[in-house]
Design a protein around this ligand. Structure first.
Ligand SMILES: [Zn+2]
Length: 85
C-alpha cells in the first residue's frame, strides 16, 4: 500500500508508520515533541487514572491501553486534581 510521507510528502511503499525514512521519522518526532511536549497525558478510560506517556512512544508504538501501567502516573502536584497541567 502506498502511503504519503507526513514530513516530506513523498509517496512510499515501505517505511515507518507515518514517514518514508528514518530521517523523516526523526523530523516528525521532533516536530510533534515541539508541538505537544515531550510527554502527553493519557487517561485510562476504565479507571480514570492519568499516565505520563512519552510522545515518542505514542508515535513509534501507538498507545496500547494494557501497557499504560508501565508509565509513571501523571503528577497532579500540590494543587491537587484541579490542576490541568
Ligand atoms: Zn519523507
Amino acid at each position: 500500500m502506498t502511503q504519503k510521507c507526513f514530513v516530506c510528502g513523498k509517496l512510499y511503499e515501505e517505511g515507518r508508520e507515518m514517514a518514508c525514512s528514518d530521517a523523516c521519522h526523526d523530523e516528525l518526532v521532533s516536530r510533534l515533541i515541539a508541538e505537544f511536549g515531550e510527554f502527553k497525558k493519557v487517561v485510562d478510560q476504565a479507571t480514570g487514572t492519568a499516565y505520563r506517556v512519552s510522545t515518542k512512544d505514542i508515535i513509534e508504538r501507538g498507545i496500547r491501553w494494557r501497557d499504560l501501567d508501565r508509565y509513571p502516573l501523571w503528577e497532579t502536584g500540590a494543587r491537587g486534581p484541579e490542576a490541568t497541567d
